[in-house]
Ligand binder design. Structure first.
Ligand SMILES: C[S@@+](CC[C@H](N)C(=O)[O-])C[C@H]1O[C@@H](n2cnc3c(N)ncnc32)[C@H](O)[C@@H]1O
Length: 181
């Protein structure tokens, strides 16, 4: 299902509220990951950028960022969020597969990837590509959900499904009532 940019933004903020209700701040998590890097050097590459939370945080630290993802819809939302944060001019959003990065060897000072490993049937080509495009002395920054993180994501997805079911039931009830009149 294709959503409008406004719908995507609404869904993103609603999901953030649900995460916060469960005690998790997604923006703080991106800050935490970037803080974990000993020393950040640009330009940075964010692999599997999704909604761009990490790319935005890297740009906030003053780095020029290239963000790459295979999903058009996610890339569109990431661009909107970067724009909202006033950081879009520092981030280049590109369409591409992380298993075949279209960049020269050693092009980046930092190559980052958060919560993407679990999407990959075989992570080896992606990890090899990340190692190829980071320069000597550069930083590879990789973070992934732990078991608690996966459980949290499932709870949020279940809550969203429940909410959709309720909305659907309400819409059907209205339709039936109208049908009776
Ligand atoms: C959970 S999201 C990542 C979240 C994001 N890194 C953040 O910090 O907010 C996973 C993303 O990886 C992308 N992805 C999965 N496989 C990919 C691949 N082979 N190349 C590029 N992007 C990929 C998906 O399209 C999705 O947007």
């Amino acid at each position: 299902m294709t959503m409008t940019p406004e719908e995507l933004l609404r869904a993103f903020h609603a999901r953030n509220v649900e995460y916060l209700r469960l005690g998790h701040d997604r923006l703080a998590a991106a800050r935490f990951v970037v803080d974990a890097a000993i020393e950040l050097r640009g330009p940075a590459l964010d692999v599997g950028t999704g909604k761009g939370l990490l790319a935005i945080e890297l740009a906030r630290r003053g780095l020029e960022v290239v963000s790459i993802d295979v999903d058009d819809q996610e890339r569109g939302l990431a661009r909107l969020l970067a724009d909202d944060a006033g950081l879009a001019s520092r981030i280049t959003f590109e369409d591409g597969n992380a298993a075949k990065l279209p960049y020269a060897d050693g092009r980046f000072g930092c190559v980052a990837m958060t919560d993407v490993l679990h999407h990959l049937a075989d992570p080896h080509p992606v990890l090899r590509e990340m190692a190829r495009v980071v320069n000597v002395g550069g930083i590879l920054l990789i973070a992934e959900f732990d078991e608690q993180g996966f459980e949290l994501v499932s709870r949020v997805h279940r809550a969203e499904l429940e909410q959709d079911r309720k909305l659907m039931a309400r819409a059907t009830a209205k339709f039936l009532v109208k049908g009776c009149m």
